[in-house]
Write a protein of this length. Structure first.
Length: 136
């Protein structure tokens, strides 16, 4: 299963230790699914970590390198205008380019789609429940 995390999932995974987003990322580390991301998603993640959480450039670079070892990182071109918020469109572009099965997000605009071009858009809790069901 190929999965794209929204920026908010990455932020939560690394800012809230022991949380559900970190749990989801650990599943990727342990190859429970194939995590795919893009340069655009990682750039937005880095910008938020720096501006809202005051992470140092060194800490951000280290994190991005770690994510890059776990995930396939695609270089996509902006071309979709499905939702008003451009960062949301970058998530969809990555998912389409990756031929992803699932986008995991907490973003209400993305969640309102339900699916996009056959790609399921789901909440973190639903994704984790599906992973746990698959594990047993």
């Amino acid at each position: 299963m190929r999965v794209v995390f929204d920026t908010n999932i990455f932020i939560s995974a690394f800012v809230i230790p022991g949380g559900r987003a970190e749990e989801a990322f650990r599943h990727a580390v342990h190859n429970r699914f194939e995590l795919v991301t893009s340069v655009a998603i990682l750039t937005e993640t880095a910008n938020i970590l720096q501006s809202k959480f005051n992470w140092s450039q060194e800490k951000i670079e280290s994190l991005l390198e770690f994510i890059g070892r776990v995930a396939d990182v695609l270089k996509t071109q902006p071309h979709l205008h499905v939702l008003q918020d451009d960062p949301d469109n970058r998530i969809l572009e990555c998912a389409v380019a990756a031929e992803a099965d699932v986008v995991v997000t907490g973003d209400k605009h993305l969640l309102s789609l339900g699916e996009y071009q056959g790609i399921t858009v789901q909440r973190l809790a639903d994704f984790l429940a599906a992973i746990e069901t698959k594990k047993t």
